[in-house]
Design a protein around this ligand. Structure first.
Ligand code: SAM
Length: 426
């Protein structure tokens, strides 16, 4: 396929996502099934256009004064692929699978808009109702922060200390251009893809099969590290999901002590068993039901609450969720988080730690949530987060936003957006 055909396919997929309000991954998968002739390179390029268009929907629509799939797809290529309107028309020329070339009216508005300054709310590339939340979260930098959440993400890995170390992985993946992450001590980064490229399929290689690494964003590695799990501890991962953080905790504990992995939705825990085997983790135990949780009450050194949240910190990776999110869903997450904090706190032993984490950047799910918990719960006090950060990440003092808690973001730390707050039970 030439670029024209790829653009036409991306428009088709974007129309499907919009029309049926479905996840981008599902629409792309179905397109692939219906077009078996398309090769891996075509699928990657189409996927990149679709994801770029979703990340930059607002900007792309502004360029054309039109939010149609055509405007979003071509807008994405103009904004993210370094193409010019003339370059696009040259690409489409003579390609019978291509959409019609840019017409005079489109060329006129593009010429005007591409040389103008984007209004802040456009550059932020987020829904209107989220803009005030971004402003509350980031203050005057909010547009830069929101815009960074609309860029292509890197692929981050965590070297598994139970099987090797970062150098082992860097050597195994030398051909991918992987480098050490800046902050997380065991992290490895493969830079964001460019143009029609795709990330190497690191999970199909021997190093992954041997358990040398896990795929985990650097921000997720940092918050796992900040929880401070050490060998011999008793740790409850209360919202363990597929176990990304349980595995990081287990490695930090060198397989000594116990990680109890709980999730309200038991099927979500299922992948942990296979992941543990691969990683050589022997100290993770599933604690799905009430009977498994009851004996843990008041006995945990650390309870990690990686709470269900809006995921606004992960919009780089799942940009379709950004446009589907509603205020009602945010309110629902806030209520769930409060309930989970109240329940999970009971498992912390006196002197132990309640570590609250979200992958959201909104204050309502983060600092305000923690403050409300502290207001209604005697016996918990925030740790000194500047000290905590410096102990774990010396030399990176200025990187995170640190107050009575710690916030990470693509613009600031080059990671997904994460929130961390450690509360000591007194
Ligand atoms: C952010 S995800 C966890 C991701 C996981 N910790 C990781 O690192 O891969 C939040 C999880 O909380 C779970 N959850 C939602 N409500 C819950 C509740 N009331 N109690 C425990 N877990 C809950 C969800 O099923 C979901 O798996």
């Amino acid at each position: 396929m030439r670029m024209g055909g790829r653009l036409a396919a991306a428009m088709e997929v974007l129309a499907d996502i919009e029309g049926r309000q479905r996840p981008a991954a599902d629409a792309l998968r179905d397109w692939g099934i219906a077009h078996r002739f398309a090769g891996g390179g075509d699928r990657a390029a189409i996927g990149n256009i679709v994801y770029d268009a979703l990340r930059r929907s607002r900007s792309a629509a502004w360029l054309f004064d039109d939010a149609s799939p055509r405007a979003l797809a071509i807008g994405a290529v103009l904004l993210e692929w370094g193409e010019t309107p003339e370059g696009i028309n040259a690409m489409l020329d003579g390609d019978k699978f291509a959409p019609p070339p840019l017409d005079d009216a489109e060329l006129r508005i593009l010429r005007e808009r591409l040389s103008a300054d984007m209004p802040d709310e456009v550059r932020a590339d987020c829904p209107d109702w989220c803009a005030p939340l971004m402003q509350q979260a980031f203050g005057e930098n909010w547009t830069d922060e929101a815009a960074a959440l609309a860029r292509r993400p890197p692929l981050d890995l965590r070297a598994n200390l139970l099987k090797g170390n970062r150098d082992t992985v860097l050597t195994a993946l030398a051909a991918t251009g992987a480098t050490a992450t800046e902050i997380a001590p065991h992290g490895i980064r493969i830079a964001p893809i460019e143009g029609s490229g795709r990330h190497p399929n690191v999970q199909s290689g021997e190093a992954f099969a041997e358990g040398l690494f896990e795929v985990q964003d650097e921000g997720s590695q940092i918050v796992s590290e900040l929880a401070g799990a050490r060998p011999g501890m008793q740790v409850l991962d209360y919202c363990a999901g597929a176990g990304g953080k349980s595995l990081a905790l287990s490695a930090a504990m060198r397989n000594q002590g116990q990680v109890f992995a709980h999730d309200a939705l038991k099927p979500r825990l299922a992948p942990i068993v296979e992941r543990m085997k691969r990683a050589g983790s022997r100290n993770i135990q599933l604690a799905a039901g009430a009977s498994e949780l009851a004996p843990l009450e008041g006995r945990m050194d650390i309870v990690l609450v990686d709470a269900p949240c809006t995921g606004s910190g992960t919009w780089r990776r799942r940009p379709d969720t950004k446009w589907r999110l509603t205020r009602q869903q945010l309110d629902q997450r806030i209520a769930e988080q409060a309930e989970i904090l109240d329940i999970a706190a009971a498992y912390v032993k006196p002197g132990g730690l309640l570590a609250y984490v979200t992958c959201s950047v909104f204050r309502q799910e983060n600092g305000e949530q923690v403050q409300a918990f502290l207001d209604r719960t005697p016996g918990f006090a925030p740790e000194d987060h500047a000290k905590l950060w410096n102990r774990h990440f010396p030399g990176h003092e200025d990187r995170a936003s640190i107050g009575t808690d710690i916030s990470l973001s693509p613009a600031r730390t080059g990671t997904d957006g994460f929130y961390f707050c450690a509360l000591r039970r007194t």
